[in-house]
Every structure is written in C-alpha cells, then in structure tokens.
Design a protein. Structure first.
Length: 294
C-alpha cells in the first residue's frame, strides 16, 4: 500500500502536564477516527517549552524511558491502532537528560527512539542546559507503516541529518518541532524566519526525494522570569511531497488536527527523474567531516 494517511497535531500548551496529555490523547483519537494510520505530535508536547529559562527544578519534568509517559502513549497507540510519534523529555540517569522522540507501534510496543542530535543554545532556546546531544546517530525506525526518518526541531536546519536518514532507507522525514518568534521582532523579520524554516525543510524533501512531515506547536508562551519577551510559536505545521510541493499547511495561530494522505510510491517516481543519489560524488566529500575548511 503506497498511500498513507498521516495525522498531524498542532496545539497550544499550558503549565498543566495532565491537561496537555489529555489534549494530546483526544487529538490522537480524533486522527484515528479520521482514518490516520500514523500520528505525529509536536516537540515536547507534555509541557510548556521550558527551555526559555535555565532552572534546575525543571529537570523534574523528565521521565525515564520506559516510564509513566511511555506507558500512557503506548496505550494510546494500541487503543487507536496507530503508529504514534511522540516527543519526550528523557531522564536517562541522574544528571543525564535527552530530548527524545519515541515511536510506538499499533500494538503499543516501542518501535524505536531518536535522541535529538543538534542542540541549540540561543536566547529563549537554552536547550544545551537541559539536553545532552543524542548518541544514537541518524538511524531510521522500522514500523508497520514504513521506515521513519525521525529528527527533531533544530535538526531541521542540517541537510546532513536528512541525507543520512535518506541513505539509511527512510521513506519519509518527520520533524516534531517547537519554534517561534520573539514578539519584539519586526513583521519583516518574522516573515524571513518562517520562510527560511519552510524552505529548509522543503529543500530536504527535494534533495532526498522524500515526503517531509513537520509538526510545530502554536500559541504564545511567556518567559516566567520576565527577563525575556516570551515566544510566539508560529504553527504552520506542514506536509510536503518529494518535490517539495505542499500537500498541506496549517495556520499560524490556530490549533488544528488534520489527516493528510501521502503517496510513498512517488519517491520512486521522483528519484527516477531526479537521480540525485546516483550522481553524488562521494569520492570528493571528505572535507564535510571538518568543522570548517581553513
């Protein structure tokens, strides 16, 4: 079966973890009722985006894997008969934490996980304080609906990660995301940032001949310290085909639950007319392993 229905869930978050979880579970159920076989949640969907500040008490949000959070979402995958992509704050050991996407099979078993590889550290996005860089590499996850190239948010800007997933046999690239604007930015700057984000990911679709599924949160979340301006998450979750074409794009400000059909067979068709993998000059790329060519 080449056609696959994918549920994408774009939501606002609150400071109440139980409320957030219930909203996610209700959205997963709705996607399943709309025919989805694969459902993708946004990055760190159990909480507010806590990385706006550096606070050691916020490590308490993390859970081991397996643990309470994985039990909840494993049950949701099984109850709704969907493959489910989640994004969790993983406590690996005392003082060792990851930003981890976990995939559950339709029977509730854990199909695999991916630890976010690229970790930002910018005003309002202090992720290096919380997350150890991933150590599992760029390995696609086998599921009953296909081989998933799972990446997370800041990974979106790096063509190397997308390429390695494609070279590992990924049938689609999936990016759970939490990204937005500083409300103080000008409208022109906001437009440039959003366009860059979309263009980058559509470029990964084109360069690798793969569909891309990118699911962002929406809504305004304040900086609780009052030191920063908060983040206006820009939504705009989307699904693009293997030529970068939009299949579906959501709004900037609204919570939305959509089911989108992708045709995995188009990867073969597109790669026959644009055989980028065939023409790669792998004999000439050694310097890509350098930080910079001085």
């Amino acid at each position: 079966m080449s056609k696959l229905k994918v549920g994408i869930i774009q939501q606002k978050r609150s400071g109440n973890k139980d409320e957030n979880t219930q909203n996610s579970l209700a959205a997963i159920k709705k996607c399943a009722e709309m025919g989805a076989e694969l459902v993708v949640l946004q990055e760190l969907h159990a909480s507010l985006y806590f990385c706006q500040i550096e606070d050691v008490d916020l490590f308490d949000l993390a859970e081991p894997i397996p643990g309470k959070d994985t039990e909840i979402f494993a049950a949701a995958a099984k109850e709704n008969n969907v493959v489910l992509v989640t994004s969790l704050f993983e406590k690996r050991a005392a003082g060792l934490y990851h930003n981890t996407a976990v995939v559950f099979e339709k029977d509730g078993s854990m199909a695999g996980k991916y630890r976010k590889m690229h970790i930002p550290d910018d005003p309002g996005f202090y992720e290096k304080f919380y997350f150890t860089p991933g150590d599992m590499g760029f390995e696609p996850i086998n599921t009953s609906v296909g081989r998933l190239g799972l990446l997370v948010c800041w990974d979106q800007w790096y063509p190397e990660g997308a390429r390695l997933m494609a070279l590992g046999g990924a049938e689609m690239l999936i990016y759970p995301t939490a990204i937005g604007w500083d409300p103080a930015d000008t409208d022109d700057e906001k437009a440039r940032q959003l366009d860059a984000w979309i263009i980058s990911q559509r470029g990964h679709a084109v360069a690798n001949g793969l569909p891309v599924i990118s699911v962002n949160r929406t809504g305004f979340e304040p900086d609780v310290t009052g030191m920063g301006n908060g983040i206006e998450f820009w939504g705009n979750s989307f699904v693009a085909g293997p030529q970068g074409e939009f299949i579906k794009q959501l709004s900037a400000h609204d919570e939305q639950i959509e089911v989108v059909e992708i045709d995995r067979k188009r990867t073969e068709d597109v790669r026959r007319i644009w055989p980028f993998l065939r023409d790669r000059r792998i004999d000439a790329y050694n310097d890509l392993l350098k930080r910079y060519r001085d």
